[in-house]
Design a protein around this ligand. Structure first.
Ligand SMILES: Nc1ncnc2c1ncn2[C@@H]1O[C@H](COP(=O)(O)OP(=O)(O)OP(=O)(O)O)[C@@H](O)[C@H]1O
Ligand SMILES: [Mg+2]
Length: 400
């Protein structure tokens, strides 16, 4: 066993990490739902008791994977063991009361719905293709019939409105259940899916307006995009991060701890070293890295000759170093840049390798995301909700 220099987490720290594990069907984290029980720690091994609503819950594998990946970000943790249990009828009823309360809250709340998978596209340095990856993945997910929020968290270096061909100004409106106006995302249909997009580029007069926001204001702006936007239903929220690490990432970790980072790097070894900083930052803020995307991989000319303009191997090396999968290698193709300039992501129009790789990455993300609708019955929801029969009327009645 490797030598551990970092101290063991406290029980409370473990519980906080577990608060990022959401039971997608019940729409809340496993700690507040009362699913996480005893926690013991010894020799780098965390053992945690988890009670499922019913033993054969099909979400079990997903919950297990989430618990592991959330706890393993702590440097002390070498291994995670889970003792599975089943709730009693009373415990199940209490959970259902809480889930009902959440469902009610979400119906009127404009915050990002708990059912949405949140993917932040990050990198250690600028210009590696985060925004290109954001718009192409979002468009590919929408083309697969998903409803996809796109949040341009690059507050003063925004590029999403142009890249998606959505220059319209954002409007605010009074929505049911809220006492102040909410920002209504701009929408664009893609096949059977929908993009819902917010960006500071949709708030300022024109693309050339310089926004000199720093620190707290950046975090505040992102917070507003998370809380004061009427997102409605979302399957995914894809967040285009500003270059580097810092305030926005820390703010996101605090506000949406279930965010998964996708780290973009170029194939150059120097870029990969910088990208590791983004992964380090993720570790310190306890965000999970869901995978690496190598962008600007070898360019292939029309004669089939391959030119590795920015080197080779950086994506795989980074993925290996942080212990995640390399989700894809997007080659340099002029159509990627041209598509972004024209507001038509290449994934919607192109037939080249870049478009295909973006489609494959989107497909693997969909495959890796549990479909809550298909798993109905896991919590024996219908029977129990009927049994509980509690109506929660006001937010202050939130069940303990
Ligand atoms: N695979 C690719 N092939 C060709 N051009 C690309 C590719 N990926 C990105 N580009 C181009 O490279 C430039 C930088 O890309 P992009 O704006 O997506 O990077 P970024 O990481 O978001 O940058 P910033 O850090 O400034 O926000 C853009 O002009 C974009 O069109
Ligand atoms: Mg960008």
């Amino acid at each position: 066993m490797s030598q551990r220099t970092s101290p063991a987490p406290t029980i409370e720290e473990v519980r906080n990490l577990l608060r990022a594990v959401i039971d997608p069907e019940l729409g809340d984290n496993i700690v507040d739902l009362g699913m996480a029980g005893d926690i013991t720690m010894a020799d780098g091994i965390v053992t945690i008791g988890v009670k499922l609503t019913i033993r054969g819950c099909p979400l079990r594998a997903q919950i297990q994977k989430d618990i592991r990946s959330r706890l393993e970000v702590h440097p002390w943790v070498q291994k995670v063991k889970i003792d599975w249990g089943e709730m009693t009828a009373d415990e199940r009823s209490a959970v259902m009361t809480r889930a009902r309360w959440n469902a009610r809250e979400n119906a009127t709340d404009t915050a990002v719905p708990t059912s949405a998978r949140v993917l932040a596209i990050a990198s250690g340095k600028g210009g590696v293709g985060k925004s290109s990856v954001t718009v192409n993945l979002a468009a590919a997910l929408a083309a697969a019939g998903k409803t996809v929020g796109v949040l341009d968290a690059d507050i003063w270096g925004f590029s999403i409105p142009r890249m998606l061909g959505m220059p319209d100004r954002l409007e605010a409106e009074r929505v049911e259940g809220s006492d102040k106006p909410k920002i209504i995302p701009n929408e664009r249909r893609v096949g059977n899916g929908l993009l819902k997009v917010v960006s500071t580029g949709m708030l300022v007069e024109d693309e050339g307006t310089a926004l000199m926001w720093r620190g707290l204001m950046l975090t505040k702006a992102v917070e507003q995009f998370l809380n004061d936007v009427h997102w409605g239903h979302l399957d995914y929220l894809v967040i285009d991060m500003p270059p580097g690490t810092g305030d926005v990432q820390m703010g996101l970790a605090r506000m949406l701890p279930r965010t998964d980072l996708l780290i973009v790097t170029t194939p150059a070894v120097s870029a990969q070293k910088v990208a590791i900083r983004a992964a380090d930052m993720a570790r310190r803020s306890f965000l999970r890295v869901a995978g690496v995307i190598e962008n600007m991989s070898a360019f292939e000319c029309e004669h089939g000759t391959s030119y590795a303009l920015f080197g080779t191997g950086g994506g795989q090396a980074l993925a290996d170093e942080i212990g995640v999968e390399l989700l894809g290698q997007v080659p340099i193709e002029p159509t990627v840049a041209a598509g972004s300039d024209a507001g038509e992501p290449v994934v919607l129009t192109g037939t080249g390798i870049a478009a295909q790789v973006f489609l494959q990455i989107a497909a693997s993300i969909i495959e890796d995301t549990p479909d809550v609708e298909d798993m109905a019955g896991c919590s024996a929801r219908d029977g129990d909700v009927a049994e509980v029969g509690v109506t929660v009327r006001r937010t202050q009645d939130r069940p303990a």
